[in-house]
Write a protein that binds this ligand. Structure first.
Ligand code: UDP
Ligand code: MG
Length: 330
C-alpha cells in the first residue's frame, strides 16, 4: 500500500515515473460501472483522431460497484490505460489531487466519468491551451442539473469573484485542460481540505480562457454529490481562501453586545423614571437565548478553522492508494 501525501519527484518510481505523454486524460471514478465502457470508447475515438500521444488515467475512488474490475479489464487490453485505486472513498477532490500527481502528460485534461461533458470537445480545449494559457475551462451551455445545483453554482461563482476578484464563467464545470507547469505549481499546495476550482481560478490569475461546450445529462446513475458533500465543499472553499467568516462573527458579536448593553441601559433609565412597565425577566430570557445563539455561531466558525489546523498538524495523507495498474514498459 502506498501512501501519497507530498507531490512526487519526477523520475522516481512513484506516481511520476515513466515517459511523458502529450496528454493525460484524468478521470475520477466513483461507482460509474455503467459509464466506463462508453466513456472509454468516446475518449479513444476522439484522441486517436486527434493524433497526440496520450494516457488515460483513472483514479478509482473506492467504488463499491464493479468500476475497478471494468477499469482493470481496460488496462489489460490497452497499454494507454492506467488505474490508481484508492483504499476507500476519499472524494472527488482527492481523486483529482492524486491524478495531478500521477499524471505524466504535458497537458492534463480533467473530465468526469458520467459523460456530462462531451469527450469530443477535448481537442478544442487543448488547442486553446496551446495559445499560452495556464488553464482552459469548458463552459457548460444549457446546463443539465437540478435547480438546487444551478443556484448553488451561481452562488459559488459570485463568492469566487468576491474572494479572488476573478470572474470565471462556470469555473465549477470540472472539464478543464491544464498546462504541465501550472499543474506542478498546483501540486505545491499541500492543504488537506481541497477545493480545486477555487485554487485553479486563484492561481491562474489572468492566464485562463474558456471554450463553450454542450452539457448532457448523466449517461447512467445518479450524481455522487449529496447535500452534505456540497456543503463541505463550500466550507473548504470559503475557509481555505479567507478568514472573512471569523471577522464577520467578530463584527456581529460586537454589534449585538453593544446594542444589547445600550438597550438594557435605556430600559433601566425608562424604568427608573416610571415611564415604562419593566418586563425585565422576559427581556433577559430573550437576550440570553439570542446571545447564546450568536456565541454558538461564532464558536462554530472558530471550530471550522481550528478543525482545519488540526487536520494539517496531524499530517495525515490526502489519500491512500490500494493498488496501481501501470505497464512494466513505462
Ligand atoms: N466522484 C469521485 N468521488 C466522489 C464523488 C464523485 O471520484 O466521492 C467522481 C464521479 O465518479 C464523477 C465526478 O467525480 O466522475 C463528478 O461526480 P458527479 O457526476 O456525481 O458530480 P456532478 O456532476 O453531480 O457535479
Ligand atoms: Mg456529473
Amino acid at each position: 500500500m502506498t501512501v501519497a501525501n507530498r507531490p512526487p519527484t519526477s523520475g522516481s518510481t512513484g506516481p511520476g515515473k515513466g515517459p511523458a505523454k502529450e496528454l493525460t486524460v484524468l478521470v475520477p471514478v466513483f461507482n460509474e460501472e455503467d459509464n466506463i465502457g462508453f466513456l472509454y470508447e468516446r475518449l479513444i475515438n476522439t484522441l486517436d483522431a486527434y493524433g497526440k500521444s496520450f494516457e488515460l488515467l483513472f483514479i478509482e475512488d473506492g467504488s463499491v460497484d464493479r468500476s475497478f474490475e471494468k477499469l482493470a479489464a481496460l488496462h489489460r487490453a490497452d497499454a494507454r490505460v492506467r488505474v490508481v485505486r484508492f483504499a476507500r472513498n476519499f472524494g472527488q477532490q482527492m481523486a483529482i489531487s492524486a491524478g495531478l500527481q500521477y499524471g505524466r502528460g504535458e497537458v492534463i485534461v480533467l473530465i468526469d466519468a458520467d459523460l456530462q461533458a462531451p469527450p469530443e470537445e477535448i481537442p478544442r480545449l487543448v488547442d486553446k491551451l496551446a495559445e499560452g494559457y495556464d488553464i482552459v475551462y469548458g463552459v457548460r451551455k444549457g446546463r443539465i442539473d437540478s435547480l438546487l445545483r444551478r443556484v448553488g453554482s451561481w452562488g459559488m461563482s459570485h463568492l469566487l469573484y468576491r474572494i479572488t476578484g476573478i470572474d470565471i464563467p462556470d469555473s465549477a464545470s470540472g472539464f478543464t485542460a491544464l498546462d504541465r507547469r501550472f499543474v506542478e505549481n498546483i501540486n505545491l499546495y499541500s492543504d488537506k481540505s481541497k477545493y480545486f476550482s477555487g485554487l485553479f481560478a486563484w492561481l491562474s490569475y489572468g492566464r485562463w480562457a474558456t471554450v463553450d461546450i454542450r452539457h448532457a445529462a448523466r449517461h447512467s446513475g445518479e450524481s455522487k454529490y449529496t447535500i452534505a458533500k456540497l456543503v463541505s465543499l463550500t466550507l473548504n472553499f470559503v475557509c481555505n481562501f479567507t478568514v472573512m467568516p471569523l471577522r464577520f462573527s467578530l463584527f456581529v458579536g460586537a454589534v449585538l453586545a453593544g446594542a444589547s448593553l445600550a438597550t438594557a441601559a435605556g430600559w433601566a433609565f425608562a424604568g427608573a423614571l416610571g415611564m415604562a412597565p419593566f418586563h425585565a425577566l422576559g427581556f433577559l430570557a430573550l437576550a440570553i437565548v439570542f446571545l447564546a445563539g450568536i456565541q454558538l455561531a461564532a464558536m462554530g466558525v472558530l471550530g471550522e478553522y481550528i478543525g482545519r489546523i488540526y487536520r494539517e498538524v496531524r499530517e495525515q495523507p490526502l489519500f491512500v492508494v490500494r493498488e496501481q495498474l501501470d505497464h512494466p514498459e513505462d
